[in-house]
Design a protein around this ligand. Structure first.
Ligand SMILES: CC(C)(COP(=O)(O)OP(=O)(O)OC[C@H]1O[C@@H](n2cnc3c(N)ncnc32)[C@H](O)[C@@H]1OP(=O)(O)O)[C@@H](O)C(=O)NCCC(=O)NCCS
Length: 154
């Protein structure tokens, strides 16, 4: 059985992460609040997958850490966490389409949570309103919505 490993991304992972980022970006473009999520990590609307994968894996974004999940050395998932004034937020988690429902997302969630525990800060996960798979992942992990942030402008 190939071993699933979750670790902090490095610049060498950018190429492997790019297809995941490309898929996540096309999904974000269809979800209300998707662009605001990108803005949270300082990426302007229109940022392409190559630039985003390279910024995420190079840990070049302020207060942002990227984790990758690998199976036999291949990247099969990624998660992005952001350090805020009050804690650590999981702002994105993505598993390669062909590899879903094999607990890769859950392992990334657990690893993100473990990071917050190491820092001894509160951990929360963000989900966009239409992102049912992320909401299901979080609910399966015992998370419950505490706050819905609503806006009239976009
Ligand atoms: C959300 C996501 C990361 C889940 O990854 P995953 O590796 O399939 O998750 P897991 O296998 O760990 O799922 C654990 C549990 O969560 C729940 N779950 C996960 N995905 C689900 C889905 N699509 N529908 C219903 N329940 C789901 C299930 O209870 C599942 O357990 P089960 O398979 O035994 O039923 C994946 O579906 C994904 O990448 N979605 C796209 C997210 C995205 O790109 N959003 C925009 C940018 S962040």
């Amino acid at each position: 059985m190939p071993e699933l490993e979750v670790r902090t991304a490095s610049a060498d992972d950018a190429q492997g992460v790019e297809p995941l980022v490309a898929d996540a970006l096309s999904r974000l473009a269809t979800l209300r609040g998707g662009m605001a999520l990108l803005e949270m990590i300082g990426m302007p609307e229109g940022t392409g997958p190559e630039a985003l994968a390279s910024a995420l894996c190079g840990q070049a974004l302020l207060n942002t850490t990227t984790l990758v999940a690998t199976l036999s050395g291949s990247i099969v998932g990624a998660a992005v966490v952001v350090r805020t004034n009050v804690g650590l937020d999981l702002i994105g988690v993505h598993t390669a389409r062909a590899m879903r429902r094999r607990r890769i997302g859950s392992s990334l969630l657990d690893a993100s949570r473990a990071l917050a525990r190491e820092l001894d800060v509160r951990f929360e996960a963000l989900a966009l309103p239409g992102d049912q798979s992320v909401k299901s992942l979080l609910e399966a992990g015992g998370f419950k919505a505490r706050l819905l942030r609503m806006a009239a402008d976009r």
